[in-house]
Design a protein around this ligand. Structure first.
Ligand SMILES: C[S@@+](CC[C@H](N)C(=O)[O-])C[C@H]1O[C@@H](n2cnc3c(N)ncnc32)[C@H](O)[C@@H]1O
Length: 272
């Protein structure tokens, strides 16, 4: 897919998903967020940049650990995500987290500025993840560290059919390379390629729990990256896509809902 088109699909897709995202995904992503925070070794007073921050699920937790002397620059390509994050700062009178719209592949930041650069569940959506990691490298201080979480291997993520189901009903792929970074040692390889040292990857299994068909479908169709494509389907196509998705996850149906397997990889590296 043309990189500019992919950026637009992401930008406007996540605009659509933004109001549902946190409610539908906060609990499901917590294991990856917890491991990313633990791996980041945040210190009091750290200046942090959080890439593809969404509504700030990680940014606000980073800020709590960095404390009053620290700061978090939360960046995202979606205006609506930035708006929600900024409103959360205002509502909760948080002054040392700032949300700014930026493309992860072209950060509007000086070199050698941050102690820590994080990116939770964002790298899979960028046209060129190595350029984004190179940007994280560039803006880190010489003593800085980067930590990234991605979804793991396609075969270990039971919800993976959402992409072919939606792609079959639109003209372009929504997330053409989604699972690439989660396979084998690809993420370590990209960290190494952009110059990171002391690279360490950890893989964790997870389970996405949903109580009803509707909840499982809403998370997949309206709370995530396919939201824009789905919003343009007519009601018949929406219904068919939902049925196809439920069929694809039926192996994970339990007496009380769904338990869909998933996998996350958290990778970190230092600038020197
Ligand atoms: C699954 S959400 C993750 C949000 C947050 N990091 C979290 O863990 O809750 C993915 C985010 O990536 C953002 N995104 C996608 N492509 C991007 C790009 N090229 N540059 C910056 N952000 C991007 C989306 O707008 C969306 O908010």
């Amino acid at each position: 897919m043309n990189p500019n088109l992919q950026r637009r699909v992401q930008r406007y897709g996540w605009d659509k998903a933004s109001e549902f995202y946190q409610d539908l995904w906060q609990v499901q992503l917590k294991p990856a967020h917890d491991l990313l925070l633990k791996t980041s070794d945040v210190r009091n007073g750290d200046n942090i940049i959080d890439i593809a921050a969404g509504t700030g699920l990680i940014s606000f937790r980073l800020n709590e650990i960095a404390g009053a002397n620290g700061s978090v620059m939360a960046t995202d390509i979606s205006d609506k995500m930035i708006e929600i994050g900024t409103n959360l700062c205002l509502t909760n009178t948080i002054s040392n987290v700032r949300f700014e719209r930026m493309d992860a592949e072209a950060l509007n930041c000086e070199d050698d500025t941050y102690d820590l650069a994080t990116c939770a569940l964002g790298l899979m959506y960028f046209p060129e993840p190595d350029i984004a990691l190179g940007e994280m490298f560039r803006v880190l201080k010489p003593t800085g560290k980067a930590t990234v979480a991605v979804w793991g291997s396609r075969k270990n993520c039971g919800w993976a059919e959402i992409f072919p189901i939606v792609d079959a009903r639109v003209n372009t792929d929504v997330c053409p390379m989604f699972f690439n970074l989660g396979e084998g040692n690809v993420l370590d390889y990209v960290f190494d390629k952009v110059g990171f040292k002391n690279i360490r990857s950890q893989k964790i299994k997870t389970t996405l729990q949903y109580s009803t068909d509707e909840e499982a479908c809403d998370a997949a169709f309206i709370g995530g990256p396919v939201a824009m494509a789905y919003s343009r389907f007519d009601s018949k196509t929406k219904h068919e896509a939902r049925l196809a998705y439920l069929e694809s996850i039926k192996a994970y149906k339990t007496k009380v809902g769904y338990e869909i397997p998933g996998e996350f990889i958290v990778c970190s590296g230092t600038k020197n």
